[in-house]
Ligand binder design. Structure first.
Ligand code: 6MZ
Length: 362
């Protein structure tokens, strides 16, 4: 398979706690095992396992959250996850996470997010622009464009923006709290709201008031949609007309028609859909039809840790499965710039990076 590591890429659907390195999870599990909080031998095989049903994935998230939900660990995983994306030339990342409360360790949704921001500030290996308006956010003051040809060893630069996720287990009040937190943190790079979590749990009407409020406040919204058969919910989500949708697997004729008419960009997660058996194999994935019809699409990882993937691997998989050449794939990668939740200035800079890569290829 061709390597897609060197190609600039945009990642718009990545869950923080799903993107942790296995080595870090095992280290955290070992430490909690030594403290007697968990039994390491019972969780080791769960972390190492590769193929998981959708149900098992959500069980694994419960375990991951036991391992990671303290402030210093959150800071560490945020730093590592962003470094990993930057190392494979992801130039713009919208990282999503569910702010969590844990009274026993005095964690509030705000302190959870502060720990995430601390992780962004702790990155030194690459330059991080996370849209924060104070000087500290720019990391190194020695900012270099990623592809500055006059510099022999330019530092990599990654734009990181945050989406706050509402978990489908949450109440309306809790979802509303997340949106209010997003408002408080707009200056710290929060650009949108996501609805995610176990798709068999929760009702659309529970989250709708918070999503309507988020929209009124100017946030862009992405919804996990159609991960299980639930035509009524898909219908209601399409009525809401979000700025993007993730997965869109269980759609009927009417849903496809509306999605295409509205031109809602779709976050495609090939490996995730196949591993969780939401889609039976890559050759019957709806990517093929949407791509053929020039529907707005973006390739994403979903949970690179949980599904042992990377954005480069997703590009390889799409290119080889659907017979797409390098230049065409680059065009697909570039098109994602139009669906990001950041403003025009960032879009312009990203387009320039893609244009110069395309020139080099010719
Ligand atoms: C739905 C998913 C997901 O928020 O703790 N999440 N929700 N479908 C998926 N596809 C398999 N993958 C991840 O990251 C982990 C959380 O993201 C959501 C789940 O709510 C999971 O608990 P954070 O950083």
């Amino acid at each position: 398979m061709e390597s897609w590591v060197s190609v600039p890429k945009v990642e718009l659907h990545a869950h923080l706690n799903g993107s942790i390195r296995d080595s870090t999870l095992l280290e955290l599990a070992r430490t909690l095992g030594e403290k007697g909080t968990i039994v390491f031998s019972e969780v080791e095989h769960v972390i190492r396992k590769n193929d998981r049903s959708l149900k098992e994935v959500f069980k694994l998230f419960d375990l991951i959250h036991i391992l990671t939900t303290d402030h210093s660990t959150l800071t560490r995983i945020t730093k590592e996850v962003v470094e990993d994306f930057a190392s494979e030339n992801v130039i713009y990342l919208e990282l999503r996470t569910t702010p969590k409360k844990n009274d026993s360790i005095e964690m509030t949704k705000r302190s959870y997010m502060d720990a995430v921001i601390k992780g962004l500030r702790a990155i030194t290996a690459v330059d991080v622009d996370f849209g924060c308006h104070d000087m500290e956010s720019k990391g190194s003051t020695n900012l270099q464009p990623i592809n500055d040809v006059n510099n022999l060893s330019p530092r990599k630069k990654i734009y990181v923006r945050l989406l706050l996720s509402i978990d489908r287990r949450e109440s309306t009040a809790s979802a509303m709290e997340t949106v209010k937190l997003a408002l408080e943190m707009q200056e710290l790079g929060v650009v949108g709201i996501d609805l995610s979590g176990n798709p068999v749990i929760g009702e659309w009407v529970t989250f709708l008031p918070a999503l309507v409020f988020a929209r009124e406040q100017g946030f862009r919204i992405t919804l996990h949609c159609g991960e299980v058969l639930n035509p009524k919910e898909v219908h209601a989500m399409l009525d809401f007309h979000p700025e993007r949708m993730g997965h869109v697997c269980f759609f009927n004729e009417e849903h496809w028609k509306r999605l295409k008419t509205y031109k809602i960009p779709v976050e495609i997660c090939l490996t995730s859909n196949i591993m969780t058996e939401t889609i039976s194999s890559v050759d019957v994935h709806h990517f093929a039809d949407l791509y053929k019809e020039k529907h707005p699409l973006v390739l994403c990882t979903d949970d690179s840790g949980v599904f042992s993937t990377s954005l480069s691997k997703e590009y390889s998989l799409a290119a080889s499965s659907f017979g797409i050449g390098k230049e065409e794939m680059l065009r697909l990668a570039k098109s994602a710039v139009e669906f990001i939740f950041s403003g025009e200035e960032v879009k312009r800079e990203l387009r320039e990076i893609f244009d110069s890569t395309m020139k080099e290829l010719r």
